[in-house]
Each structure stands twice: as structure tokens, then as C-alpha cells.
Write a protein that binds this ligand. Structure first.
Ligand SMILES: CC/C=C\C/C=C\C/C=C\C/C=C\C/C=C\C/C=C\CCC(=O)SCCNC(=O)CCNC(=O)[C@H](O)C(C)(C)COP(=O)(O)OP(=O)(O)OC[C@H]1O[C@@H](n2cnc3c(N)ncnc32)[C@H](O)[C@@H]1OP(=O)(O)O
Ligand SMILES: CCCCCCCCCCCCCCCC(=O)OC[C@@H](O)COP(=O)(O)O
Length: 377
């Protein structure tokens, strides 16, 4: 192990990174609150400012992936579609099998210049995660309770608000609704069987209502569906803790651009269309398992320096006062003050560990296992 790799695996480095993320994130959240009066005066200006503020937070995690861990992201796609990425609004459909799938998604957003404005249909619980969840409120992220009786109106209303969004965005939909686990897969395939649908090997049965409502409400605003299928080389199981430890992964993403007009308007036909799409995605994963690659040519966008520059900027802003504070603490020699500082540090690291826990599949919700499936039936 080289010196750099050794340093990357040290807890102190992780503590510093988490401190920078948390403190700069809370500062950004505070600035976001200050933009509230502006929404009344100029909504579009407030949105543009919040896009840039959101970039300050999200790009730190992208920098950790791209620059700290050195993870490589390869894009398989049609070269004719490539010039349109980042230049239009799109609905992105992604498989939900990896703890850092959202982060790989963000990395591609960064490379195509839509990171600050990127959107997602997210479970309501994530709205309460400090920094990220609070930032999402100002980005007009669409939240759902995964209870259709309640979501049918709230999701549609939130989507309608995005129709006059001032900058291009990608709206991410994890149609499987929850992370893949063998148990959830087993239950979802029982549902597939009961509905007479073909079984999937690598995906859970997609939920069709969120997709239908998204397509209906963004029709005329979003130009295309980006059907995206993600996997990692060498059967790696990537984690956010792995990224913090500087572990390098290699992500492969296969993207097909499908014009949104080709999605049927009728709800039942739209649902059938999505089921067929997931059968095709399953085929792509099978090909990846057999050959180690997705179909089509590789047209990879390079990583950009901006996420690193942003990270270095915020590190300087928040580490300098911390350095002064620590120097003062040590020179004061007060045991009580030093003990208080240790307690604060421990609380911060526990809070960050809880936030990282939100990404861990073994802490995944019960959504999609039998009790829920029966309730939904
Ligand atoms: C060029 C590069 C291209 C791409 C780059 C890639 C990506 C970048 C893009 C953007 C990045 C942006 C942001 C990323 C950052 C962070 C994101 C992080 C995480 C957030 C993600 C989440 O929170 S996922 C969870 C929330 N989202 C969803 O759930 C979406 C999908 N769900 C739905 O659509 C649902 O329908 C719903 C939520 C709207 C409503 O759910 P509900 O459960 O109430 O209703 P359903 O209709 O789904 O359920 C009833 C029907 O389902 C059947 N059923 C029952 N059990 C099961 C089962 N186990 N599996 C499947 N189906 C089941 C049941 O029978 C009912 O059937 P009906 O026939 O009656 O419909
Ligand atoms: C510089 C880096 C510092 C590291 C900071 C770590 C901060 C952690 C931010 C937490 C972001 C939370 C995003 C979680 C996304 C996710 O994957 O959610 C799961 C849901 O889809 C489905 O949930 P489930 O039903 O439980 O599977």
C-alpha cells in the first residue's frame, strides 16, 4: 500500500472530509434559507441561485468519487444521442442495485453540466437528512410516501411545478421503488407471476404508477427518456465507505435515448411499455454478466475539474477557522474545553455515520416485502 492510499484509509482524513461536507453544507443550507424572500420577487432567479448552491454540496460527493477514490465511469451510448445529453430535459430510468448508484448518476450529471439542477422522485424520509435533504427542498425535488392514495396528487402537483424550470434537468426515477435485495426480488417475482408478467433476473418488478404520472406531467417539457443500466466491473459491490477509504471502482453505464413521444399515453399501455423496457434491461445485465460489457460503443465524457475546485474552496473556507479554534483550544490548556471539543467531534462523526447509513442496503426499508406487497394488492 502506497503512502497516499494509506492516508486515504485513515479515520482522521474521513473525519476532516465529513467535517468539510457537513459545515459547508449547513452554510449552504443557511444561504438557501436566505433566498426565500427572493422567491416572492423573482422565482426564476431564486431557482438559478439555488441550482448553484446545490452544486456546491452535491459536487463534493462527486469529487470524493472522481478525485479521491479515482473511480472511473464509462458510458456506453449511441454517438448520435451523445450531443443531446445535458442540452434537454430528460427522464432518467435507472436500476437500483448499488449503494452508490445515485452518486454515479450525479457524476454523469456533473460531466454533462446538469448536476445543480438534477431531480429525483425520492422517498419522503430523505427530505429529513441534513444538508442533502434540506438542499433538495430548495431544488423542488419531488418526494413520495410510496402510498399511491397520497402520492397521486402530491407527485403530480410537484411535477407540474417543474414545467417552467429555467435550466435543463434530468429527472431520475428508480422505478423498482427500493434497492434490490434477494428477499425483495423473491417477493416482487411472486407479484410478477400473479400478474402473468415474465420474471426478471436482475431487477425488481418496476412500479408503473410513478413512471406514468411523470411522463404525463412532463410531456412537452422533457424531450426523452434516458434508459440507463448500471453495473460495476469484477462483480464489485461498491459502498460510500469504500469511496471514503479511497477504493477505486469501475462503473459502466449503458444509456439509450428514447424520444418521450414514443411512450404510450394510455395508462395500461404505458405500464406495459415499462414492463417491456425492464425485460430489455434484464437482457443487458445478462449480456454484462456473460461478456463484461454492455452493447454499443463507448463514448465517455471526461471528468471536469470544477468539482475538485469547489471542494478545495470549501475546505479552505471551513478548515482555516477550525485550525485557529484547535490552536486556541490547545493553548488554553483547559481540560473541560478540550473534553467538550472531543464530545462535539464524536457527535459529528456519529451524525455523519448515520447519514452514510442511509445509503446502505442492509439498512434498507421493508418496502416491497410481503406485508407491503399484500397491502398494495
Ligand atoms: C447520459 C447519462 C444518463 C443518465 C445518468 C443517470 C442518472 C442521473 C440522473 C439524475 C440524478 C439525480 C439525483 C440523484 C441523487 C440522489 C437520489 C437518491 C435516492 C432517491 C431514490 C429513492 O428514494 S427511490 C424510492 C422512491 N421512488 C420511487 O418509489 C419511484 C418508483 N415508485 C413508484 O413509481 C410508485 O408507483 C409510487 C411511489 C408512485 C407509488 O407507490 P405505491 O407503493 O403506493 O404504489 P404502487 O403502484 O407502486 O404499488 C401498488 C402496485 O404494485 C404492485 N406490487 C405490490 N407489491 C409489489 C412488489 N413487491 N413489487 C412490484 N409491484 C408490487 C401491486 O400489485 C400494485 O399493482 P397494481 O397493478 O394495482 O398497480
Ligand atoms: C465528501 C463526502 C462526505 C460524505 C458524506 C455522506 C453523506 C451521505 C448523504 C446521504 C445521501 C442519501 C441518498 C440515499 C439514496 C438512496 O439510495 O436512498 C434509498 C432509496 O432510494 C430507497 O430506499 P430503500 O427502500 O430503503 O431501499
Amino acid at each position: 500500500m502506497g503512502l497516499l492510499q494509506f492516508l486515504k484509509s485513515q479515520f482522521l482524513c474521513h473525519l476532516i472530509m465529513c467535517y468539510v461536507f457537513l459545515v459547508s453544507g449547513l452554510i449552504v443550507n443557511l444561504i438557501q434559507i436566505c433566498t426565500l424572500p427572493l422567491w416572492l420577487v423573482s422565482k426564476q432567479l431564486a431557482r438559478k441561485i439555488n441550482i448553484r448552491l446545490a452544486y456546491c454540496i452535491a459536487s463534493q460527493m462527486v469529487a470524493a468519487l472522481e478525485w479521491w477514490s479515482g473511480t472511473e465511469c464509462t458510458l456506453y451510448t449511441d454517438p448520435k444521442s451523445y450531443p443531446l445529453y445535458g442540452k434537454e430535459n430528460a427522464v432518467v430510468i435507472l436500476n437500483h442495485s448499488f449503494e452508490i448508484d445515485f452518486l454515479c448518476g450525479w457524476t454523469f450529471c456533473e460531466r454533462f453540466g446538469v448536476l445543480g439542477s438534477s431531480k429525483v422522485l425520492a422517498k419522503k424520509e430523505l427530505a429529513y437528512v441534513p444538508v442533502i435533504g434540506w438542499m433538495w427542498y430548495f431544488l423542488e425535488i419531488v418526494f413520495c410516501k410510496r402510498k399511491w392514495e397520497e402520492d397521486r396528487t402530491t407527485v403530480a402537483q410537484s411535477l407540474q411545478k417543474l414545467r417552467d424550470y429555467p435550466e435543463n434537468y434530468w429527472f431520475l426515477l428508480f422505478c423498482e421503488g427500493t434497492r434490490f435485495t434477494p428477499k425483495k426480488h423473491q417477493f416482487s417475482m411472486q407479484v410478477a407471476e400473479s400478474k402473468g408478467l415474465p420474471k426478471l433476473k436482475y431487477h425488481l418488478l418496476p412500479r408503473t404508477k410513478g413512471f406514468y404520472v411523470t411522463v404525463q406531467n412532463l410531456r412537452g417539457t422533457a424531450a426523452a427518456i434516458y434508459d440507463s443500466t448500471l453495473n460495476f466491473r469484477n462483480n464489485e459491490v461498491p459502498t460510500l465507505l469504500g469511496i471514503l477509504n479511497g477504493k477505486k471502482y469501475h462503473a459502466d453505464l449503458y444509456v439509450r435515448r428514447i424520444p418521450l413521444e414514443s411512450v404510450p399515453e394510455d395508462e395500461a399501455e404505458c405500464a406495459a411499455w415499462l414492463h417491456k423496457l425492464y425485460q430489455e434491461k434484464d437482457g443487458f445485465q445478462e449480456q454484462y454478466a456473460q461478456t463484461g460489457r454492455f452493447p454499443g460503443p463507448i463514448v465517455s465524457p471526461p471528468r471536469r475539474p470544477w468539482s475538485l475546485i469547489n471542494w478545495l474552496f470549501w475546505s479552505c473556507v471551513v478548515l482555516y477557522p477550525l485550525g485557529l479554534l484547535i490552536a486556541q483550544l490547545l493553548s488554553s490548556g483547559s481540560v473541560l474545553t478540550i473534553a467538550a471539543a472531543v464530545v462535539v467531534c464524536s457527535a459529528v462523526s456519529m451524525g455523519m455515520r448515520w447519514m452514510i447509513g442511509q445509503t446502505e442496503i442492509d439498512k434498507s426499508s421493508n418496502y416491497g416485502i410481503k406485508a407491503t406487497a399484500l397491502n398494495n394488492n
